[in-house]
Design a protein around this ligand. Structure first.
Ligand code: HEC
Length: 157
């Protein structure tokens, strides 16, 4: 659904920390707060482990081919800002770091802007530190790029 992330294949440790943040009212989202507030620790563990066993499903592809210039800019930004250092060269994440490859673009964009303006507090300061100095326009380019990763870009090898 719009603004709702693909969950399949998220590392269990990442999912459980987010469910904890929702349950404790530290990460706010009306729907998720309502759902998570009834969860016991065992529920959170069960859901997270289950999600982690599901094969990652790419978000539905967009109707148009990726824009090469924007994909190149996204790649350069991801290297410059060390996104790949924590999320992995294939953006598959691991442990407390989420998988972001192929995630919905609208959700990525909202999340990056949320870390940037402080409306989405992380479990740690990692993301706030990573994006606080990046201009919004570049964050949107990163969302564009990661959402289409690893889509073949026309005109590249
Ligand atoms: C120092 C390690 C680190 C770096 C560098 C980093 N991230 Fe993250 N990222 C994380 C962690 C850890 C989380 C989980 C956030 C939390 O603590 O709640 C995260 C969360 C995210 C999310 C939210 C995903 C979701 O499912 O909600 C996005 C999107 C994201 N990172 C993109 C990026 C991009 C783009 C960059 C480069 C500008 C980047 N990250 C750099 C560690 C990092």
């Amino acid at each position: 659904m719009p603004l709702t992330p693909v969950l399949a294949g998220q590392p269990a440790f990442y999912s459980i920390t987010q469910l904890f943040l929702f349950r404790e009212g530290r990460r706010s989202n009306q729907a998720m707060t309502a759902v998570a507030k009834t969860f016991t620790d065992d529920d959170m563990r069960g859901f997270s482990e289950y999600i982690g066993t599901l094969p990652p499903v790419p978000a539905p592809p967009s109707a148009t081919a990726p824009d090469k210039a924007r994909m190149d800019k996204g790649l350069a930004l991801a290297q410059q800002h060390k996104c790949v250092f924590c999320h992995g060269a294939d953006f598959s994440g691991g442990q407390q770091v989420p998988r972001i490859a192929g995630q919905r673009e609208d959700y990525l964009k909202m999340s990056l802007r949320g870390f940037h303006d402080g409306t989405r507090p992380g479990y740690t300061q990692a993301m706030t530190a990573a994006v606080s100095q990046i201009p919004l326009e570049d964050l949107d380019t990163l969302a564009y790029y990661v959402a289409r990763f690893p889509a073949p870009v026309p005109g590249s090898k």
